[in-house]
Design a protein around this ligand. Structure first.
Ligand code: GRF
Length: 195
């Protein structure tokens, strides 16, 4: 069974998709805990499944590194095989990335390398793109620069607002994220030869 810790910052619809998928034992992965950088609404999804949550807020720390060290301590308490950033809106420092990657993945709402950063959906619209999409990638020490694991296109419709487009992207994103975690789970089962 693949063990996973998920980090969020917001509504957690990607997290909810993973929680719902993992509720079926055939999925092959279990969410051990959910962490956040603030008391995010999405933590309620974990509460409903009785899954432990933790909040480590950067405002309580003198430096980004000190914050990330405590975030890492919380994650390592659960000893996960994989850490998934699902709408986690903080840049993670090198000490944190080096401790976890490549078992640290992120989902991003654009077809990287196009439109990295915190405003990917808005940037694709502003650029006049007709197609955008989702990228799931390994987190490296850059911003949205790690090796791609999976990508899927999403058409931009005439007149799309940022919110409308982002919601359409998230439908595809949730599917791709579940498929990607399932693939990690299948690989672990094949590697371990366990049922
Ligand atoms: C996702 O689209 C993610 O790619 C982006 O923020 C969104 C989070 O959505 N970074 P949710 O919190 O999972 O609903």
């Amino acid at each position: 069974m693949l063990s996973v810790v998920v980090l969020i910052s917001g509504s957690g619809s990607n997290l909810k998709a993973l929680l719902d998928a993992a509720d079926n034992p055939l999925f092959g992965a279990r969410i051990l805990a959910v962490g956040a950088d603030n008391p995010a609404d999405g933590l309620a999804h974990a509460d409903l499944y009785g899954i432990p949550t933790f909040v480590v807020s950067p405002t309580n720390f003198e430096s980004r590194e000190a914050w990330a060290d405590v975030l890492l301590e919380n994650i390592n308490f659960f000893k996960p095989d994989l850490v998934v950033l699902a709408g986690f809106m903080r840049i993670l420092p090198a000490n944190f990335v080096r401790a976890l990657s490549p078992n640290l993945i992120n989902t991003h709402p654009s077809l990287l390398p196009k439109f990295p950063g915190a405003h990917a959906v808005r940037d694709a619209l502003s650029a006049g793109e007709t197609t955008t999409g989702v990228t799931i990638h390994v987190v490296d020490e850059g911003v949205d620069t790690g090796p791609h694991i999976a990508q899927r296109e999403v058409a931009i419709q005439l007149g799309d607002s940022e919110a409308e487009l982002h919601e359409r992207i998230k439908v595809v994103e949730r599917e791709l994220l579940v498929e990607t975690v399932k693939a990690f789970a299948d690989k672990k089962r094949e590697t371990n030869g366990s049922r």
